[in-house]
Write a protein that binds this ligand. Structure first.
Ligand code: GLN
Length: 545
């Protein structure tokens, strides 16, 4: 398309957690379905350079891109909705902005000027937004601004939006996501918080063009016109975003509200092409009308916080829909899982996934779950730390290396079956120093993984410091645990599988990051299929009894 890149900013008002990420991804999906090339970016107003060092309790999952950026979990939604890879440029934090301004200052690039929030920080923000547009790769850059309007820390971002709108009036549009609460005592939807939030934006010089209103009840025509009148937006630019059954419904709800049309109209774009959402609808149809059901235990230490495993849960939805199976996740806390409650916790599941993680908390529960999966032949999938635990469990209980461990947890174990990667040994800082991003892997023909992918050469994303210790490889393989995926350059073991087990797969990488609605991940698909087979065999056994 031969026109300048359009920039859509999405801000949030009234409260946090209104779902700016999903609204941004839904708008992007609709524009993409009309043939536009779209990317989405998240600006996070915190001082950490990236979320890589954040505890999941603070910020949920850390999502990793192909180029090895540790990013906000919203980027996962962007990729899952659009099936387009993101990169470091798609997630910028205040920490990163300041780091780059300070680096420039140290190099003398400001030529003796006083370096200030305006214009230097705001210029850097604008630069980070426009980098994505400058490559002419995209017709639309949708930029989601984290936090809520009025927060001290998001002020420079709002100022940058104001400037960009002033500089490019025909190419910039502001969408403000806000809340219309329902007061049950009064039996009414209330517009005042939205009015105040728009006033606050106006104080900073930004007039939103479109208001997306989160609500638990349908907006009445009078509520819509009140919002329009008091917030200076046209009636058709008041978009209702009612609570949805699933996040994957949101693009369709936005389509009904003509959100994309309003955006195009405001940016003077004439697009007569109707959005092609055929594949999306097919996915939704399968997702909502499953023919079968499986229960899969997700064993991890953050299970009370579902956001910590966001991409895994979504990957199950994609793989489930592709196989017409509803995947019911049973969240099992690795810290409280013991021999005593093992049967109660895992006796009713059709598959066991042991989650990624760091540190010693919950390791024993993970090892217990893996032993159960291995001995009882329950389909097993271990991801990153989950794979490493599968190696430790096998070393202890099959190879008889009683004290085998990962050196992450026991530095001086006599059997370091998982140990620090050579390249990690000299690293002393924590931020951005893991083995991150996409690396190639070669699969062994005949393995479960090879069958799942249907190809020999794959590429998957990583986030770890420790690895399978190849000194032990021969002993493992002899006893039945095979390295079926290996990095061709470093010989690092990327996948282990177990002989004589229906489905026992451990992956050092994170397959969940690459699963999208359009491309459910092969390893999740094969795990779900194995769980389905296991469930069927259990049913048959029950009938026979
Ligand atoms: N803590 C392990 C490592 O650093 C596993 C990391 C993970 O599960 N992402 O190697």
């Amino acid at each position: 398309m031969n026109q300048s890149t359009k920039y859509v900013f999405v801000t949030g008002g009234v409260t946090s957690s209104l779902g700016k990420g999903i609204i941004s991804a839904s708008l992007a999906k609709l524009l993409q379905a009309r043939g536009y090339r779209v990317t989405i970016q998240k600006l996070d107003p915190y001082i950490n350079v990236d979320p890589g060092t954040l505890n999941p309790y603070e910020h949920g999952e850390c999502y990793v891109t192909d180029d090895g950026a540790e990013t906000d979990l919203d980027l996962g939604h962007y990729e899952r909705f659009l099936n387009v890879s993101t990169s470091q440029a798609n997630n910028v934090t205040t920490g990163r902005i300041y780091q780059s301004v300070i680096n420039k200052e140290r190099k003398g690039e400001y030529l003796g000027k006083t370096v200030q929030i305006v214009p230097h920080i705001t210029d850097e923000i604008k630069r980070c937004v426009q980098i994505l547009g400058s490559k002419s790769e995209f017709d639309f850059v949708i930029t989601e601004i984290g936090g809520t309007v009025g927060d001290i820390e998001s002020l420079p971002y709002i100022e940058a939006v104001r400037q960009m709108k002033w500089e490019k009036p025909n190419d910039v549009l502001v969408v403000h996501l806000t809340l219309i609460p329902y007061l049950s005592a009064a039996g009414e939807l209330k517009t005042k918080p939205t009015q105040h939030s728009v006033k606050q934006l106006l104080e900073f010089g930004v007039q939103p063009d479109v208001l997306v209103c989160r609500t638990e009840h349908e907006l009445t025509p009078s509520v819509r016109s009140k919002v329009a009148r008091f917030c200076n937006v046209k009636l058709n630019a008041v978009i209702q975003s009612i609570d949805a059954e699933t996040i994957y419904d949101v693009p369709l709800l936005m389509l009904e509200e003509k959100f994309d049309e309003v955006v195009l109209e405001k940016l003077n774009l004439k697009n007569r092409r109707k959005p092609d959402l055929k594949k999306w609808m097919q996915f939704l149809d399968r997702y909502k009308n499953p023919k079968h059901q499986v229960k899969i235990a997700l064993v991890g230490k953050y299970v009370e916080l579902k956001d910590a495993y966001k991409s895994i849960a979504e990957a199950f939805d994609h793989a489930g829909a592709a196989n017409e199976v509803k995947v019911d996740i049973k969240w099992v806390h690795s810290e409280t899982l013991t021999e005593r409650n093992l049967e109660e916790e895992l006796g009713d599941v059709d598959g066991i996934l042991v989650a990624p993680g760091f540190g010693s908390r919950g390791i024993d529960g993970k090892l217990t779950a893996i032993r159960y999966a291995r001995e009882e032949k329950v389909p097993f999938f271990g991801i990153c730390l989950g794979m490493q635990c599968a190696v430790i469990e096998f070393a202890r209980n099959v190879l008889g290396y009683e004290k085998a461990h990962s050196t992450e947890i026991k530095e001086y174990t006599p059997h370091p079956v998982i140990s620090l990667m050579a390249e990690q040994k000299s690293i002393t800082t924590l931020g951005g120093t893991m083995r991150l991003g996409a690396y190639p892997c070669e699969l062994s023909e005949g393995s479960i993984s090879y069958k799942a992918y249907g190809e020999k050469h794959i590429e998957e994303r990583h986030r770890h410091r420790f690895e399978f210790n190849n000194d032990y490889l021969a002993a493992f393989e002899k006893a039945g645990m095979k390295a079926t995926g290996v990095n061709p350059d470093s010989q690092l073991v990327e996948i282990v599988e177990l002989d004589g087990h229906p489905h026992f797969v451990g992956a050092q990488f994170h397959p969940e990051y690459k699963s999208t609605v359009a491309k459910p991940h092969p390893l999740f698909q094969s795990f779900v299929k194995a769980a389905r087979k296991y469930a069927k065999s259990k049913d048959r056994a029950a009938v026979a009894e």
